[in-house]
Design a protein around this ligand. Structure first.
Ligand SMILES: Cc1cc2nc3c(=O)[nH]c(=O)nc-3n(C[C@H](O)[C@H](O)[C@H](O)COP(=O)(O)OP(=O)(O)OC[C@H]3O[C@@H](n4cnc5c(N)ncnc54)[C@H](O)[C@@H]3O)c2cc1C
Length: 446
């Protein structure tokens, strides 16, 4: 496996999926890798923790064989999947009224407005792992390029506001994407929704399967611990990188205690919003700095709620309600159910306040009794300051592109920087592999 005997010195910042994979791949190719991690654990925004008497995913949880990089790692470390239950009843709030139906009823209401949002996704993303193909290809007409740029403007809901759809449909789409963007739909770029569905063969039902149906039997930790076990040398925990000097000859990373680490190259996997805490010299391009300062659209919360009795449900509520989407995940032997929920605004829900969470749930199921709640606030967490990467208007075709082309020995990797399943564990792994390969190629060239 080792083919580069001289080996470069490489610093990897962050021990989430991207950093762990980059470190493993670089070590396998004979490079001398130092991983520095601000937390006291590996996994980053994937974190299988014991809560409510069982392993629960505080961050990323769902996977699918249609996400090739995470699937490959699952096979490598012998990790199996289980299926999330399909709900018997779906509840939704519209115009202050509660409605209910089956999953088929929901699908029917969503089909046409979602088709309006996805209308041009196949044309704009003909090869979704090469997202800017349309902009960069000489074969694209000026109209197509203009349509691509326009797809990054306005809000994801603009396509459904033309008068063609009922308020009920608009409210459902709003709730769906408030959960999907884990943030406010008003500031959510339509481009991300189009990209996600293009990655899903342009089918909404497949997008749902890819992102919400299968989870790991042993949790994400089975995969990230497997990857970490193949990294030689210790990971330096509780170690924050606060400054990176980078050039075409090498890099210096300055830690928060002033220690300087020098290397031939560096892989930075810090989530984009948390990059506010890292100074770059020379500075990153102005539009890229603007994206960092603005932060991503990912301002929400994932919350676990244990309720008395068996409730096989899914529930939606549009902007203005604290929780946009909830669904049943585990039916326990003690006659209780664990639900998972997604809220667009982490500051609008106090996951510790059982009575307040119960009040939110009672909008959908009037008698429901909440026994316990748990969550991790990734927006308040210093080392993420956001949940999964979701995009505000203009960011993808604007400053985000500045992360993608290395101009020195500094390479960004991570779900937030992935050109494939961006935002997902799959994208984190993909970009870690690509970053390692990029640096390995540079080292070959001397
Ligand atoms: C609530 C939630 C639900 C999600 N659901 C899913 C899902 O169902 N399926 C899916 O595929 N994905 C999901 N995701 C997304 C997925 O978990 C992440 O995109 C992925 O884990 C990110 O990996 P990463 O390595 O790119 O970044 P991270 O995991 O964030 O790793 C970056 C690491 O860098 C460290 N760091 C930050 N700043 C510094 C610094 N200055 N110095 C040193 N270290 C630093 C951090 O502590 C962290 O460990 C979810 C995410 C969240 C938050």
């Amino acid at each position: 496996m080792v083919r580069n005997e001289a080996g470069w010195k490489v610093i990897v910042v962050g021990a989430g999926f991207a950093g762990l994979v980059a470190a493993r791949e670089l070590a396998w190719r004979g490079h001398d890798v130092t991983v520095v991690e601000a937390r006291d654990r590996i996994g980053g925004r994937a974190w299988t923790d014991e809560r409510m008497g069982m392993p629960l995913e505080m961050g990323g949880g769902w996977v699918h064989w249609g996400q090739p990089y995470v699937w490959a790692e699952m096979q490598r470390y012998s990790q199996d999947i289980i299926e999330s239950p399909k709900p018997e009843t779906v509840y939704w709030i519209t115009g202050g009224e509660l409605k209910s139906g089956t999953l088929a009823d929901l699908d029917q209401l969503l089909a046409d407005p979602m088709a309006a949002i996805f209308q041009d996704s196949a044309t704009l993303f003909p090869r979704p792992h090469d997202p800017f193909r349309v902009l960069e290809s000489e074969e694209s007409s000026d109209e197509l390029k203009a349509a691509f740029l326009a797809a990054d403007q306005g809000s994801v809901l603009d396509a459904v506001r033309g008068g063609e759809f009922s308020q009920e449909q608009i409210d459902l789409v709003d709730a769906y994407w408030s959960a999907g963007y884990n943030g406010f739909t008003a500031s959510a770029s339509p481009m991300m929704a189009k990209w996600w569905v293009a990655l899903s063969d342009n089918r909404l039902s497949y997008l749902d399967d890819l992102t919400l149906l299968y989870k790991l039997k042993n949790g994400m930790r089975g995969v990230y611990e497997g990857i970490a076990s193949q990294i030689p040398g210790p990971i330096r925990f509780n170690t924050q990188v606060s400054r990176i000097d980078h050039s075409s000859d090498g890099v210096t990373a300055t830690l928060s205690d002033g220690t300087e680490l020098t290397a031939d190259a560096i892989v930075v996997t810090v989530p984009i919003t948390a990059l506010r805490q890292v100074e770059f010299a020379p500075a990153l391009p102005e539009p890229t700095r603007e994206v960092i300062e603005q932060g991503l659209n990912s301002t929400g919360l994932k919350i676990w709620v244990k309720v008395r009795g068996r409730h096989s449900i899914m529930a939606y509520a549009p902007t203005g309600n604290p929780i946009a989407m909830m669904k049943s995940e585990y039916f326990l032997d003690d006659d209780s159910t664990i639900l998972v929920g997604f809220a667009p605004d982490a500051s609008a829900v106090d996951p510790e306040d059982i009575a307040a969470v119960q009040e939110v749930l009672r909008q959908w199921v009037p008698e429901i009794e909440v026994l316990d709640t748990t969550s991790h606030d990734w927006v308040a967490d210093q080392w993420s300051q956001q949940t999964w990467a979701t995009w505000r208007t203009g960011q993808l075709t604007g400053g985000w592109r500045g992360f993608l082309e290395p101009s020195s020995r500094l390479v960004f990797a991570g779900a937030d920087y992935s050109t494939g399943w961006n935002s997902f564990v799959d994208g984190a792994i993909q970009s870690g592999i690509v970053a390692a390969h990029t640096i390995d190629t540079w080292s070959d060239q001397g």
